[in-house]
Design a protein around this ligand. Structure first.
Ligand code: AMP
Length: 545
């Protein structure tokens, strides 16, 4: 039950709690296993990156960069920042020459603080900072000499200049909480000279991403992605197909139901069959502009391909009549796309072509794909990906082929849970391996000091054998202990009292039917293994049991 406390998780973020976290671990473990069989290695990346990395790669006209990134200036001069904002406010509050002394005093304080930070080494004296400080010093002398009768326009134009100089000063680096990880993988590829390694380099990652979106079911501000990238080597269509095959294998291993793979090709960005299409699309969109909503109207200018993404009911009729990119691909792109489809068929991967699948980020070219799953409502995409051959070069590396995907782990989990719910309701799969298990297998009910020492040893041995064990920290009467075991959903109670310890025979009670058996200590583990149902035994001796 939810309790109101002073502190709550920030909007769009949430705690993931047991037993659900077991499902998360299982999904992640499956990714480690499946991706390794395709030759991928794990990369762990920082959560903070320079804002510029995402602005360059994802594109300034995307929602992710223009509206959704969490950014801040990373610096060590908070005091200076505060003086600056006071000074700027004073300039607004005192716009006339009669108050020039406030501005002079403020500038004096600001310059002293800036020079102090430079001496301390917390502010570096870059050429930009040095020029700005020199200019501000001249401004300060100007304000000191202002007469109260000065013409307002002259005074105003000087304050505007000073304000602009102050605002343009940057103390540190603009950093962002990563909204995605493809750009970071490319940065790491360049930074670590991975082009020297045998190509292609196959990497995967998992972890939290941050976007300031409007939260709803399946959409969070902190969400998790599992992604993979293939960098370098060729752009052979078999690479695209094998990457998608890996993805479908992964979803298959998780028994994710109701998935549909959508694919498309959006052409080349250079030399450029895409530009021709985008121009044509733009011209057609201009003709029907009045029938579109304000967002799409805006996108005609900024990012016309994104209009195809629209989910607005009233726009669908108009969009369906727009030109298809498939009719505008150059020969090379058309051949590449045809071959990707052939390679998918060869691998038995079922796909659906979707000409409107353009993906939101600027760096994609040629193959794009998305996977939708059941039980997710409007946010039903569990994975998106595509080819991005120019990206490494755009970030300052050598010309490098690239393709990758990102799975939305939150949505994947939601869809698995929905699937498990409907399976349980229909009675189809009551023991689905995805059902989350958290209850201990064995609850140790002990009484007496001697029994406690034995209980500690028993817990250690059982845990070493891979069974999950609950050992109450303080003595409980047997009745109470067994009640506790029931509440926790334990399957067995190991009863240890003075008698058991002296006889060397331990009592094991099966809680579901109340049957009891007395066994010598060494036989307990074997007995537990044997008495587990085949479904449970299938997992033995994994931890969790
Ligand atoms: P993208 O990086 O935008 O291509 O997204 C890849 C996948 O990440 C999507 O298909 C979603 O499953 C997931 N995703 C993107 N944004 C969010 C979000 N705000 N909350 C939850 N999942 C998300």
């Amino acid at each position: 039950m939810a309790n109101k406390s002073k502190f709550q998780a920030i909007k769009g973020t949430r705690d993931l709690l047991p037993p659900e976290t077991q499902l998360w671990n299982r999904v992640e473990q499956t990714a480690h296993e499946v991706f390794a069989t395709f030759g991928f290695g794990e990369i762990r990346l920082p959560v903070l990156e320079p804002t510029e990395l995402f602005a360059r790669s994802i594109g300034l006209n995307t929602d992710v960069v223009s509206k959704e990134m969490y950014t801040f200036e990373d610096h060590d001069v908070q005091g200076l920042e505060i003086i600056r904002s006071h000074l700027l406010r004073d300039m607004d509050l005192h716009p006339g020459p009669g108050d020039a002394q406030y501005i002079t005093a403020g500038l004096n304080q600001f310059l002293a603080a800036a020079n102090h930070e430079i001496k301390r080494g917390t502010l570096s004296r870059t050429p930009e900072i040095a020029t700005a400080l020199l200019r501000l010093e001249q401004d300060m002398n100007f304000f000191a000499g202002v007469s109260p009768t000065m013409v307002l326009a002259e005074y105003g134009s000087q304050t505007n200049e000073t304000r602009a100089t102050l605002q343009a000063m940057e103390w540190g680096m603009e950093v962002a909480l990563r909204p995605e990880a493809t750009a970071s993988v490319c940065r790491a590829y360049i930074e670590h000279g991975m082009q020297q390694l045998p190509q292609p380099v196959k990497l995967y990652y998992m972890g939290p991403m941050f976007r300031r979106e409007r939260p709803q079911k399946g959409r969070y501000r902190q969400f998790y992605q599992i992604g993979a990238e293939i960098l370098g080597g060729s752009d052979a269509p078999a690479i695209d197909a094998e990457l998608i095959e890996m993805l479908m294998t992964f979803f298959g291993k998780l028994d994710l139901e109701g998935t549909t793979l959508h694919i498309n090709s959006i052409g080349h960005s250079a030399p450029n069959c895409r530009r021709g299409y985008v121009e044509k699309l733009k011209a057609e969109l201009e003709k029907v502009k009045d029938k579109l909503g304000p967002d799409s109207q805006h996108r005609i200018e900024t990012n016309p391909l994104r209009v195809l993404d629209s989910k607005l009911e009233f726009e669908q009729g108009v969009i369906e009549k727009l030109p298809h990119i498939a009719d505008h691909l150059c020969d090379d792109c058309a051949k590449h796309y045809a071959a990707v489809k052939q390679h998918l068929e060869l691998r038995g991967v079922i796909y659906r072509e979707n000409w409107r699948l353009v993906r939101g980020l600027d760096y994609y070219m040629r193959t794009t794909f998305e996977i939708t799953a059941q039980g997710l409502g409007s946010q039903n995409a569990v994975c998106g990906g595509g080819r991005y051959d120019g990206l490494v070069e755009l970030l300052g590396g050598p010309p490098t082929k690239g393709i990758g995907f990102a799975i939305g782990e939150d949505r994947l989990i939601l869809s698995l849970q929905e699937g498990a719910k409907s399976a349980t309701a229909s009675g189809a799969k009551p023991n689905s391996p995805l059902a989350t298990r958290h209850s201990p297998l064995v609850y140790i009910a002990w009484m007496g000091e001697r029994a406690y020492a034995t209980a500690v040893r028993a817990a250690k041995d059982l845990r070493n054998a891979g069974f999950s064990v609950e050992l109450p920290p303080t003595e409980l009467k047997f009745g109470k202990a067994l009640g506790q075991a029931d509440k926790l959903g334990a399957r067995f109670a190991l009863i240890l009292g003075d008698n058991e310890v002296s006889e060397g025979l331990w009592t094991l009670k099966t809680l579901a039917d109340g049957t009891q058996t007395k066994l010598p200590e060494p036989a307990i583990i074997e007995h537990l293994r044997k008495s587990l149902s085949p479904v449970w035994a299938g997992f033995s001796p994994s931890p969790g049991l």
